[in-house]
Design a protein around this ligand. Sequence first.
Ligand code: FAD
Length: 414
Amino acid sequence: MTELFTDTHTVSFRPTRKAGLEQLEHFAPRMGRHYAQNRNADLGPGERTNVSALSPWIRMRLVLEEEVARKALDGFSYASAEKFHQEICWRSYFKGWMEHRPSVWQAYLERRDEHLSALAGNAGLRNAYEEAVSGRTGVAGFDNWARELVETGYLHNHARMWFASIWIFTLKLPWELGADFFLKHLMDGDPASNTLSWRWVGGLHTRGKTYLARKDNIEKYTDGRFSPSGLAQDAPPLEGFENPSPRWPDLPAGKAEGRTGLLLTEEDMHLASLASGIEDLVAVAGCVFPDARSPSGAGEVAKRFAQGALDDVLRRAMERMALPARKLSADDFVQATVEWALEAKMDTVATGYAPVGWVRPKLNALKDALSEHDIQLVEIVRDWDRSFWPHATKGFFPLKKQIPEVYAELGMPV
Ligand SMILES: Cc1cc2nc3c(=O)[nH]c(=O)nc-3n(C[C@H](O)[C@H](O)[C@H](O)COP(=O)(O)OP(=O)(O)OC[C@H]3O[C@@H](n4cnc5c(N)ncnc54)[C@H](O)[C@@H]3O)c2cc1C
């Protein structure tokens, strides 16, 4: 497992596109065999050489999945970087799966709030929860990951799986509270990837199939850093909200017409490609909603990344595109956006499509408010999403099989 570890690398998670592209360049030579063989090892925050650590930039679309996939195709045959392509497409799978079943997100929100209220009236549950989120359970590894998450805003995939499994099956805490803790603190916190991964660990996503964290597996893949005792020995599937049948979402297809303002949110900050389809772009504005992730807001690191990403993209709009760029307040988002659009006499506000999550209802409210002034809201759906999402109705396998075909459709023959 360790044959290819030749250096150490602490990722600087600066919230800029430039930093994301630098990290992409740094990781590019490892997207092939190195990734396939070593990706499961979590050697700690100073040793992120075996995974890309690109998720915060990808989450906000400061760097696109397509850019990352093209980079892998530049350096390797599809077959030799297949594992990496598949992992990128797990994200598209989860996003598409949730688009077909928005009620799974709604059910998560409701149960989360019920469990948070229950904490107030149940001292035993509250203590167990507090110990878990502050890393005081006494379970080796788990406590370190709880602190690492809060301090750095990132966890390795395997650590996320172990953590979620121990939370559910050893500590027997409600999965929705664990998902809330992750969403609050992860820089890449994502409604679909996070909720569905927690459901997957608990046996709710692939019905009856759970993930059990094992001491020997943790010892092996943390290179002996952690050797937890007292872990649950079995993982009976949770009871919970059943997966509804998939319903294809009506994705918007409007075109920006007339004087257009580009609105950026944490759902899509890829300035150049969003702007390229707009003929008469007159201004740019942006707003992020980190505190909408959880009733208790977002963690400091996640908040800084989201705000920093927005500052970066607005600065680039001003400096490189010579456009007026404005940061809008999340507190009066709808009103401030309408005022911005009216001031610049816009016909259209264009924005990247917001999939299921906390930005979605905000765009719905904005659409209604803009229409009162005869301004249309156009949501731009990326070809990547349009092509992948129809394959995300069941398990990951059917989508995985389609990757080469979808890449070909996107002009990326393998
Ligand atoms: C309980 C749990 C919660 C999670 N919550 C999130 C979340 O909120 N946001 C999030 O982006 N990912 C989430 N993941 C998925 C995965 O852990 C992270 O995407 C990955 O660890 C990010 O690190 P990386 O960029 O180094 O990944 P790499 O291994 O380098 O993968 C490259 C990219 O592929 C995507 N990817 C890789 N693995 C997965 C996966 N299993 N599911 C979805 N996308 C994947 C990510 O965009 C990632 O940046 C969660 C996983 C678990 C088990």
